[in-house]
Write a protein that binds this ligand. Structure first.
Ligand SMILES: C[S@@+](CC[C@H](N)C(=O)[O-])C[C@H]1O[C@@H](n2cnc3c(N)ncnc32)[C@H](O)[C@@H]1O
Length: 251
C-alpha cells in the first residue's frame, strides 16, 4: 500500500515510521511512503501556502490552490479508473474519530493520500471538494496534522497483509476483537513477588483460553464498559459478566 503525505514540514517524515514493523514493511516494499512539500505547489516567489482569514480572526489559513495541486500530482500516476478508489484524508480535529474499523476500511485501498493542516487550519474548500475523508485522532487539538498522519499510517499499516507477523495478532488486539485484550506476561514467571497466573503455566489450552476470555471481559467492564454493548458475547460470557455486576440490557 502506498501512503502519500502532503505537508508543509516534509522533514519530520518518516520519523518513527522508519522503525520497527512499519519501517521493515517500508524496507520490504509492502508499504511505500511518498512525502510531498505543499510549498512546492505554490506559484509565487515566496512560496506562500497560507493567508489571512476572510472575515477576520486569529491565525493563518492554509490556501486551497497548492493543496489541490499537490493532491492532483499525487494521484496523477494512478490509472483514471483507480483514482476514484483512493481515499484523500484531511487531518482535522473536526473529522470522524479514527478507530480500528475506519483503519481497516482504509487499508483496503491501494493508496491513501493524507493532507496535514497547520496554523488555524485549512481553507474549507479542501474538505468540501477535495477530501473524501476528514479524520481526527482524538478530541484534542494539535499544532499540525503531521503527528495525526503518522498515527493514521501506523494504524492502517497494521491491517496491510504481511506488515504484522500474523493476521491473528492484529485481530486479537484490543478494540479490534471488540473487547480489551487480556493481560499478557513473559519471563520471568515470578518478578519482585509478582507471579504470573498459574493457569498460564499449566499448558492446558482450553483453561488458558477461558481465563483469557474472562480477563478480557473483566478488563473491558472495568475500563471500557461502553464496548460491551457492541461486543459479540456468548451466553457463557454474559453469565460471567452478570457475576461481576454487569446488567445485561435487552437488545
Ligand atoms: C491548530 S489545528 C487547527 C484547528 C482548527 N482551528 C479547528 O478548530 O478545527 C491545525 C491542524 O492540526 C491538525 N490537527 C490538530 N488536531 C488534530 C486532531 N485531533 N486530529 C487530526 N488532526 C488534527 C489539523 O490538520 C489541523 O488543520
Amino acid at each position: 500500500m502506498r501512503f502519500h503525505v502532503l505537508t508543509l514540514f516534509p522533514e519530520v517524515f518518516p520519523g518513527p515510521l522508519a522503525h520497527s514493523m512499519v519501517g521493515r514493511a517500508l524496507g520490504k516494499g509492502l508499504l511505500s511512503l511518498q512525502v510531498s512539500d505543499i510549498r512546492a505547489y505554490t506559484h509565487d516567489a515566496h512560496g506562500t501556502a497560507d493567508d489571512y482569514q476572510f472575515g477576520g480572526g486569529a491565525g493563518m489559513v492554509m490556501k486551497p490552490e497548492p493543496i489541490f495541486e499537490a493532491v492532483e500530482a499525487a494521484l496523477a500516476p494512478y490509472p483514471p479508473e483507480q483514482r476514484g478508489s483512493i481515499p484523500v484524508a484531511l487531518t482535522s480535529p473536526q473529522g470522524k474519530l479514527l478507530d480500528q474499523k475506519l483503519a481497516q476500511e482504509l487499508a483496503r485501498a491501494p493508496a491513501l493520500v493524507i493532507i496535514c493542516g497547520h496554523y488555524a487550519g485549512v481553507d474549507a474548500r479542501v474538505s468540501q471538494r477535495l477530501a473524501t475523508h476528514e479524520i481526527s485522532i482524538g478530541d484534542y487539538v494539535l499544532t499540525g496534522g503531521e503527528l495525526p498522519a503518522m498515527v493514521i499510517i501506523d494504524t492502517v499499516a497494521r491491517f496491510v497483509p504481511g506488515v504484522v507477523g500474523s493476521a491473528e495478532n492484529v485481530m486479537e488486539d484490543s478494540i479490534t476483537s471488540g473487547l480489551l485484550q487480556h493481560p499478557i506476561y513473559t519471563r520471568p514467571a515470578e518478578f519482585r513477588g509478582l507471579a504470573v497466573p498459574e493457569v498460564l503455566l499449566s499448558g492446558h489450552h482450553a483453561r488458558i483460553a477461558r481465563w483469557r476470555r474472562e480477563e478480557s471481559l473483566r478488563r473491558t467492564l472495568a475500563q471500557r464498559p461502553d464496548l460491551l454493548a457492541r461486543a459479540d458475547l456468548s451466553v457463557e460470557d454474559l453469565k460471567f459478566l452478570e457475576g461481576l455486576g454487569y446488567e445485561v440490557k435487552q437488545k
